[in-house]
Design a protein around this ligand. Structure first.
Ligand code: ADP
Ligand code: MG
Length: 372
């Protein structure tokens, strides 16, 4: 594609129709672009905000070709698409994110290797593909250790914490089923993330640093302020990473901060991220706006302005039940409900953003008390 030739009325094809695809589509449509969605689920959230919908498995070449044939640019809302299948459509279509990045990042091992080789810091880890390699990892790293499947984990799924030999049997069983990464479990002081967008031309813009609190390994709450003590350190790590891995569009780097204040890169999502959702109301550009601008090769804003301190809470199935009851009395809750057909415990059904300047004392406790 020639730069800046993308025109109003042209169409963006998105692989995946979950909440991220939906919010991307809403940004794109506000700017006058058409959106085509591919998803295996005909009731997926993005279907109802798309011009065209293709019902197809993510990794089906025919489906991807059908999406490409009606779209001027192709992007994706998640990293678990088959990189080899994506490669097939890259040569003849406009896929500015390419296929290599999802290939690296969908595998925790190649992800960690790429991050470490960029000079960014990761927690000590071992590849586990046999009982012997697990024994070696335990001898080297010492308990506690987190075992993670190399493929397909999210929200803590596919993870086992090993605190002592008591969990060894379970761990050996896990080794039989899949290749794993063993990571030193560090004592966390805090978790932060930083979202950035990089366009085709290579311009990059950063969102404010996000402080994340997880419950049961699922993001519970993200808080953002204008300044953050780790901003420069986080940006420096991202700069290292992008010298090794090709990014176009919005992506997020998750970090751990240990009790001594050391910063470690945890993982990278090559797409808009749950911890960046506050940007829809709290910033002058959302992470979805800058994603769209990036993949169509438009200029990015020089900086992202955070209007005021903000906090975002996820609405899981059980939270939505509670929230629904109080929503009509709380116009200060910026409510997003994704429109998933089935409401399930711990399934991400929506989120709420609160803008907090000078209101912290009243808003936080009310919300957290209600939802507990
Ligand atoms: P997911 O792909 O499920 O998000 P993560 O690797 O980010 O997987 O792990 C989920 C959460 O589990 C992290 O946000 C963190 O709270 C906790 N966790 C994971 N690995 C470690 C570790 N090595 N040390 C301490 N906590 C960890
Ligand atoms: Mg994570």
């Amino acid at each position: 594609m020639t730069l800046n030739k993308f025109k109003i009325g042209q169409s963006i094809g998105i692989i995946g129709g979950g909440q991220l695809g939906k919010m991307m589509a809403q940004s794109a449509q506000r700017m006058g672009f058409k959106v085509n969605i591919l998803d295996p689920d005909p009731t997926c959230p993005a279907r109802y905000v798309a011009h065209k919908f293709i019902e197809s498995p993510y990794n089906d070449l025919e489906g991807l070709k059908a999406l490409s044939s009606i779209s001027d640019v192709i992007t994706y809302e998640f990293e678990n698409i088959n990189a080899e299948t994506l490669k097939e459509i890259c040569s003849e279509n406009n896929v500015p994110q390419g296929f290599e990045t999802v290939g690296i990042l969908q595998n925790r091992l190649s992800e960690k290797e790429a991050i470490a080789s960029s000079g960014a810091k990761v927690v000590p880890y071992h590849k586990i593909d046999s009982k012997v390699s697990l024994d070696n990892a335990i001898a080297d790293l010492d308990y506690p250790i987190v075992l993670k499947t190399v493929f397909g984990g999210y929200d803590g799924k596919g993870q086992l914490v090993l605190k002592s030999d008591a969990e060894l049997d379970e761990a050996y069983k896990m080794v039989e089923d899949a290749v794993l990464v063993a990571e030193k479990m560090i004592e966390l002081d805090r978790e932060i993330s930083i979202t950035a967008s990089r366009n085709i031309q290579g311009e990059i813009v950063y969102f404010p640093v996000q402080e994340n609190i997880h419950r049961n390994q699922i993001l519970f709450k993200t808080t953002v302020e204008k300044e953050h003590a780790y901003k420069d350190a986080a940006v420096a790590e991202v700069e290292r990473i992008i010298s090794k891995i090709h990014f176009v569009g919005t992506f997020t780097v998750e970090f751990f901060i240990d009790k001594t204040g050391k910063l470690y890169v945890n993982e990278i999502a090559p797409r808009p991220h749950n911890s960046g959702h506050y940007s829809i109301e709290a910033c002058d550009y959302s992470q979805f706006d800058t994603h769209i601008l990036s993949v169509i090769g438009y200029a990015l804003p020089k900086q992202i302005r955070l209007h005021e301190k903000a906090v975002m809470y996820n609405l899981l199935g059980q939270d939505l039940d509670a929230m629904e009851h109080y929503f009509n009395d709380h116009p200060e809750w910026h409510v997003h409900v994704y429109g998933k057909e089935v409401r399930k415990e711990n399934r991400k059904m929506g989120h709420i953003t609160l803008l907090l300047d000078d209101k912290e004392d009243t808003y936080y406790p009310i919300y957290e008390e209600m939802m507990s």
